[in-house]
Design a protein around this ligand. Structure first.
Ligand code: ADP
Ligand code: MG
Length: 370
């Protein structure tokens, strides 16, 4: 055999690089949808309508009533410069185009996680992407179609130029044939039902978290919504509609903060009357749904002395941390977040919830005795 002859090192084609990066950020349809929900919420929407076909692999569509996309400063925006508007649409899906930060230092003060300008770019490399958007000052909505980060004709022979169409203020993003350009990934999805379940779970999380925002999520072809939350519903209503009355009737609210560690945590947690086989943990850090096995374990430990063996809690935790103490830049997916004094913060939260649980427990025992 012997050693293989050395191969020349060559730079990858940018198109290949972009597809690799996109496939890392968006592993399943739910990851694309999460980015789109975050964008819609960042744009100040109070209504999000989501349409899903084949677990999101065939179609993911999200229609919002937010600000619309406008990167042109309002002062130079007059009816006559539609061309400028089109230029914004032209760069929308290039990587690292964003309206949210302009320097690395801005990262330290950013209130939103949407900062990389990567979501739409990524999606355009692995799906057919159509954006229709209208700001409230524009007389028309603009519709543009993207392939590989660039404007493209929606159908062969048509123009790639954004098209003026009638529409309501807000943005509609349509993602079709996700992973069409990564066939091995596309084939790896065995069950569209599983993908839909992940989607509805994620929509539910945001529907509970985003007070004042209405959500619907529907499977294409079905007449009724799989999830429907009115904009004016309270957090308790939202939990009731999504997770049921059994848990919604047994919730305690909590609110704890500590300026030493620069955090505030509030939310709802089940009391000792309720338990399930597996913990339901809805964690938001600075308004983004994230995972943390560290926080989850600590909370489970806190509950262990209040619940029967094998019983677990429901917890919705909204954690706001001084942006200067958070490092969101750990992983391109932003699913993992690190912050300073994590141990101390988690300990404060657990201590607070423990006191609340004990108070409810005592009043129950007291009532039972009298
Ligand atoms: P990021 O959110 O990191 O800025 P994205 O690729 O997700 O990057 O979006 C790029 C830009 O497109 C955003 O900065 C925002 O200006 C605009 N945008 C995307 N989605 C919406 C939306 N639903 N409503 C308004 N603007 C949007
Ligand atoms: Mg974004």
């Amino acid at each position: 055999e012997g050693p293989r002859p050395a191969r020349r090192i060559r730079a990858l084609d940018p198109d290949v690089v972009n597809k690799i990066a996109a496939g890392e950020i968006i592993v399943a349809p739910v990851h694309a949808l999460k980015e789109l929900i975050e964008n819609a919420v960042d744009a100040g929407s109070t209504s999000l309508e989501i349409l899903v076909k084949d677990g999101g692999l065939k179609l993911l569509q999200i229609t919002d009533n937010g600000s619309g996309i406008q990167i042109v400063p309002a002062v130079i925006y007059t009816g006559a410069n539609q061309a400028l508007k089109k230029e914004d649409l032209a760069i929308l899906c290039e990587r690292h185009t964003t309206s949210k930060i302009s320097s690395f230092d801005d990262l330290a003060s950013i209130g939103t996680y949407g900062f990389r300008g990567e979501a739409l770019a990524s999606i355009s490399h692995i799906a057919h992407l159509t954006v229709t958007t209208k700001t409230k000052d524009s007389s028309l909505a603009w519709r543009a179609y993207y392939v590989d980060g660039k404007l493209a004709p929606p159908k062969p022979g048509q123009s790639a130029e954004p098209k003026g169409v009638a529409g309501r203020p807000g943005t509609q993003i349509t993602v079709e044939d996700l992973f069409y350009s990564i066939p091995t990934r596309r084939r790896a999805f065995r069950s569209t039902a599983d993908e839909f379940n992940k989607i509805i779970e994620m929509v539910g999380r945001y529907a509970i978290h985003c007070d004042g925002v209405g959500f619907t999520c529907k499977k294409a072809g079905e007449s009724s919504n799989s999830l429907s939350i009115q904009a004016q519903a309270t957090v308790n209503d939202r939990i009731r509609q999504i997770y049921g009355s059994a848990v919604a009737n047994e919730l305690i609210s909590f609110d704890v903060s500590d300026s030493r560690w620069g955090f505030r945590a509030d939310g709802f947690a089940s009391n000792a009357n309720y338990n399930i086989k597996k913990t339901t943990f809805l964690l938001f850090i600075n308004h983004r749904s994230v995972e943390s096995s560290v926080i989850k374990k600590a909370l489970e430990q806190t509950y262990a002395s209040f619940l029967p063996k094998g019983g677990h809690p429901f917890i919705y935790l909204n954690l706001a941390i001084d942006p200067a103490r958070v490092d969101v830049n750990v992983h391109p997916t932003k699913r993992e977040v690190h912050f300073l004094n994590e141990d101390e913060v988690v300990q404060e939260i657990c201590k607070h919830i423990e006191t609340k649980l004990a108070a409810v427990d005592t009043s129950r025992t007291f009532m039972a005795q009298t």
